[in-house]
Design a protein around this ligand. Structure first.
Ligand SMILES: *Cc1c(COP(=O)(O)O)cnc(C)c1O
Length: 373
């Protein structure tokens, strides 16, 4: 059976290196923070060209970002309606109100027109998600944020390593927000062997606050200046991430090659008009973006028929996401505060489907099986 994300294949490929470093950390007796974490932060900063602060998870990173930006109960934050729940959940847990914006029907990224339509006197910020591995339209979002005095957070949990060149300079994901965040959940493009996350900001005061909030609000030993949380990265996870980071660019090239193979295969299916159930359309890559393909996501007019084909060919798939956030039961109490339904987000929940794409996936085998149906 083909795995959806081939973490075992990745571990086999780097086994020698990983086992060595894992043993070193376990023998060191230093498990939280320490030199591995410090060095990882330096390497992450160098990689994206923006100072990095590690923490316990991507969700914690979002929470810490909102704490540092001073989110207060009742504040409204605009988030995409079609994404993982974390951005909306973090706003809610701090007493804020998420307002759900629609997406572009082709790139599936947050629509700046929809964002602007939701701004009111209670709006304090925007969280934009780099969905499935490509950056959101940050130039337009920044314009809106500036015009209305809002902060902008980039959720790059799915896009570490992606680039955007909309202004004549190539910029990496994790550098577009006042604070940007990423996740090292095991199946993300850069993943560890447990939970992990990071924040990125060029603002020294925000950085200082984030570091305090992540470590019980403390400025030094038992000197608690703020009400904080415990969200620190383990040395073991940091060491694993350092090893995997050194292979990330090769992996991203293979992911992009895999995506290109799928693109070609499904384009051929369209052109030949042979197998109607395989006539599906990939998420559009915006012209200024490269994607790290956290997911290779397609839109299928008749998703059930497409799923049947995948099952016949024994190809695993995932549905990201089967429901809009607006319709999730946990947000029932704020539903009256929402604008009308987001049409493009609703449509995406019915059409979107993701195929295996990681650097250790044999996409030739998958397209061959589909082609033979
Ligand atoms: C995975 C993910 C998160 C949360 O990251 P965790 O490390 O799992 O907490 C946040 N936002 C998005 C868009 C994600 O895909």
């Amino acid at each position: 059976m083909i795995p959806f994300v081939n973490l075992a294949g990745q571990r086999d490929a780097y086994r020698h290196e990983l086992e060595k470093i894992e043993k070193e950390v376990l023998d060191s007796g230093s498990f939280i923070g320490g030199p591995q974490v410090k060095n990882l932060e330096k390497e992450l900063s160098d990689y994206v060209n923006c100072p990095a602060i590690t923490c316990g998870s991507g969700t914690d990173a979002l929470t810490l970002a909102l704490m540092a930006l001073g989110l207060r109960p009742g504040d409204q934050v605009i988030v995409p309606d079609f994404t993982f729940i974390a951005p909306a959940e973090c706003v809610s847990i701090l007493g804020g109100i998420p307002k759900f914006a629609d997406i572009d029907p082709e790139t599936l990224l947050i629509s700046s027109a929809s964002v602007e339509s939701l701004v009111n006197e209670n709006t304090v910020g925007i969280i934009a998600v780099d969905l499935f591995g490509q950056c959101a339209s940050f130039e337009k979002l920044r314009e809106i944020a500036q015009k209305h005095g809002l902060w902008l957070v980039e959720d790059a949990a799915q896009a570490f390593g992606a680039t955007r060149n909309a202004t004549g300079t190539v910029q990496k994901a994790c550098t577009f927000g006042d604070i940007s965040i990423t996740s090292f959940y095991p199946t993300k493009p850069l993943g560890c062997y447990g939970d992990g996350g990071a924040l990125f900001t060029r603002d020294r005061q925000l950085e200082e606050k984030i570091r305090m909030f992540a470590n019980h609000g403390s400025a030094g030993h038992y000197d608690h200046r703020l009400i904080g949380i415990n969200s620190r990265l383990d040395a073991l996870q940091a060491a694993i991430l350092r090893a995997k980071l050194s292979h990330l660019d090769e992996e991203l090239k293979i992911r992009q090659r895999n995506a290109a193979k799928y693109d070609q295969f499904f384009l051929d299916c369209w052109n030949k008009r042979q197998n109607a159930d395989l006539q599906v359309k990939p998420q559009t890559l915006a012209s200024s973006n490269t994607s790290v393909y956290a997911q290779y996501t397609l839109l299928a007019e008749n998703r059930d028929a497409f799923i049947e084909k995948l099952q016949q060919a024994e190809i695993p798939f995932c549905i990201h996401y089967p429901e809009t956030l607006r319709n999730q039961p946990c947000f029932a109490d704020i539903l009256p505060l929402q604008a009308t339904k987001n049409r493009n987000a609703e449509t995406a929940t019915k059409k979107a489907i993701s195929l295996p794409v990681c650097a250790f996936t044999d996409v030739d085998l998958i397209t061959e099986r589909l082609g033979n149906l």
